[in-house]
Write a protein of this length. Structure first.
Lengths: 194, 464
């Protein structure tokens, strides 16, 4: 595959993770997670057999589906759109993460055998996930932040190691984290009708 | 049938079975306690890897179970660890009908035990990270059962435990690369950094421990006590396994210096924060931090005596935390606020609960004649040889925790009531008195109890 094609999943990662920061609407958030896992699959399929790499995509999308189903079932009201200043603050934070990821990737690539674009994508996802986790108390967004960090880690770890057991257990953890999110959402009482 | 099947697969299957039985809470708790007792007894009597002669039938229990190209290994040297883990499970499940008979506890609690045993058994060891995470995910329904909203402490618990997974997996891979090229010392340092970060997240090490007291206030003290007893125990044993299996870590003086500094910080902050705490659930959280700090201090000694102290400290620590959590659960179940104001004069109405609470806290702070003292004294002695600063820090932390105990004592007996009553029912009385007597017996005859637990160290032969 031509080198330039790797910029497509990198673009998906950047767009997906920034949109996670920009909006609180769960539909867009789940869509962003789906995009991120597509990018993860793209990168992992270059170093792992396609069948094994597909586990990442299936697990990631299943996690998204579980969360989406749970939000729908819990009948939660749509979260209020945050103020424009808050959104700008988050995106500025996101841009700092992007700058950090682009600058740190060449050094990191010296000791982890991953492609440059994969490394950048991985660092972007880890950084954006941590940023997300540090700025929220909402269970759904916490879970989305954790999934983002884990997906970023999966890209570089796949470049470092190929193992069926690790692939299976990481998929289990991904789905487990999303099930935890679904469980937490089911505990949140719906708002009293006014 | 191999040993991993007996101590990992069977409890996992029973846990799944108990999930279907969850409507029968008492029965499922009894079954969970029963299977834990059986597995604990089997770990004492069944020789792994040696021929067993049973009524003329001779067979051997293999120690290895291959799964997808990797192995789960439980050898004869791991048997004391199995006894400890399943013994711990048996006691907590057996007490649950009185303290917290929740329908989700037996199945998910057993799932946690099976996952943590798998984490200790898996080879290569780096895969343990994923199995510990599985145990953490199993603990979530126990900590936030239906009816309780999810607080920030619980969220942070999940966040920190999950962040440990990438750090440990990555450290494992880096260690493999470094061992293939021993001249590259930078790779060893990176591996050590990630490993330290992973264990810091797992153990709730300073400064990543704020979730511990927060989580305690958001959930029932009994399940929180179970999780905070089991998880650090397994993670500390896993840490020992990492040190045992990695020559670079064993020989690194810097590692043990860092562990000592972190240990001091945890003991000092845990003890001091507890001294000024008005919420008893948070005091439990600080007790866990304080105990983990002392475990790290024992590790930092890095001599045979240090390792023996580390192993010996398990029993008094787990017993004190059990009684502490049980006493808090009794109060919580009675609707008594777990604050200093809430327990004012409580010794007049709940004398045995107050006694249990006090004995546990004083044992943790190393009060004379109680279980915690013998090990504490030995650790102080070792620290006096290796690091005076650490000794002073440990002293400050211990004084803080002792002050906390005295503060609680003054509140418990502060009452205008003239008469004493005993609200606790008979089973509660028996358990609380028994627990206090055990704490006293451990303190009076330490060698009787500590001798067997030292066999845990058999699993880590390279440490000494």
């Amino acid at each position: 595959m031509a080198e330039w094609t790797n910029f497509i999943p990198l673009g998906l990662v950047v767009v997906g993770s920034l949109s996670l920061l920009w909006t609180n609407k769960w539909r867009y958030n789940i869509g962003s997670i789906a995009l991120q896992y597509l990018a993860v699959f793209w990168f992992v399929s270059q170093v792992w057999p396609i069948g094994l790499a597909a586990i990442k995509l299936v697990a990631g999308w299943m996690a998204g589906a579980v969360l989406a189903a749970s939000v729908t079932a819990s009948d939660l009201p749509e979260t209020e759109t945050p103020a424009m200043s808050a959104r700008i603050f988050r995106v500025v934070g996101g841009v700092f993460v992007l700058i950090l990821a682009f600058s740190a990737a060449p050094q990191a690539a010296e000791w982890i055998p991953a492609q440059q674009t994969a490394m950048i994508s991985s660092l972007v996802l880890i950084g954006m996930g941590l940023l997300q986790l540090s700025m929220t108390k909402d269970p759904l967004r916490v879970i989305l932040g954790l999934l983002t960090v884990l997906s970023g880690f999966e890209i570089i770890y796949a470049a470092a190691l190929t193992s069926v057991l690790v692939a299976g257990l990481l998929a289990l953890v991904t789905i487990g984290v999303s099930l935890t999110g679904a469980y937490w959402l089911s505990l949140t009482p719906p708002e009293e009708p006014s | 049938m191999s040993s991993p099947v007996i101590w990992i697969v069977i409890p996992a299957v029973v846990g799944l079975f108990l999930w279907f039985l969850r409507s029968k809470q008492q029965l499922s708790l009894i079954l969970a306690a029963g299977i834990c007792i059986i597995l604990s007894v089997l770990s004492i009597v069944l020789p792994i890897g040696a021929a067993v002669n049973l009524g003329g039938l001779t067979f051997t229990i293999p120690s290895t179970l291959p799964v997808l190209g990797r192995r789960f290994v439980l050898t004869a040297s791991d048997q004391m660890i199995l006894t400890l883990l399943y013994g711990l499970g048996a006691v907590w499940f057996a007490l649950a009908p009185l303290a917290w008979p929740h329908r989700l506890f037996p199945s998910f609690g057993l799932g946690m035990l099976a996952s943590l045993t798998a984490a200790l058994a898996v080879a290569p060891i780096l895969y343990a990270a994923l199995l510990v995470e599985t145990a953490v995910l199993f603990s979530i329904p126990i900590l936030s059962p239906p009816g309780r909203l999810v607080g920030q402490g619980l969220q942070r618990y999940l966040i920190f435990q999950t962040l440990a997974v990438p750090a440990i997996l990555f450290a494992g891979w880096l260690l493999g690369v470094a061992e293939a090229n021993p001249a590259d010392t930078a790779m060893f340092q990176r591996a050590g950094m990630f490993l330290g970060l992973g264990f810091a997240f797992w153990l709730g090490v300073f400064p990543f421990y704020n979730w511990v007291p927060m989580m305690m206030t958001e959930t029932h003290p009994f399940p929180a006590g179970y999780v905070l007893s089991l998880l650090p125990t397994a993670v500390l044993l896993l840490g020992l396994d990492f040190i045992n299996s990695t020559g670079f870590l064993r020989e690194s003086a810097v590692l043990f210096d860092i562990v000592r500094i972190i240990g001091i910080l945890m003991v000092v902050t845990g003890g001091l924060w507890a001294a000024f705490q008005v919420n008893l659930a948070r005091v439990f959280g600080y007790a866990v931090i304080f105990e983990t700090g002392f475990a790290l201090l024992a590790i930092s000694v890095n001599t045979l005596d240090g390792w023996m102290l580390f192993a010996a400290a398990f029993l008094p620590r787990l017993l004190a935390l059990l009684i502490f959590a049980f006493a808090l659960a009794v109060l919580e179940n009675q609707g008594i606020p777990l604050t200093l104001l809430g327990i004012r004069g409580l010794a007049r109405r709940f004398p045995l609960t107050a006694l249990g609470l006090l004995a546990a806290i004083l044992s943790i702070s190393g009060f004379p004649l109680l279980a915690g003292l013998p090990v504490r004294l030995e650790i102080f002695e070792q620290l006096a040889i290796t690091s005076r600063t650490a000794l002073i820090g440990a002293g400050i932390g211990t004084t803080g925790f002792l002050f906390c105990g005295m503060h609680i004592l003054s509140e418990l007996i502060h009452s205008d009531e003239k008469h004493w009553t005993m609200v606790e029912n008979w089973p509660l009385r028996v358990i609380l008195i028994g627990g206090c007597l055990f704490l006293l017996a451990f303190g009076l005859f330490p060698e009787t109890f500590y001798h067997s637990i030292l066999f845990i160290l058999q699993a880590f032969p390279h440490l000494f």
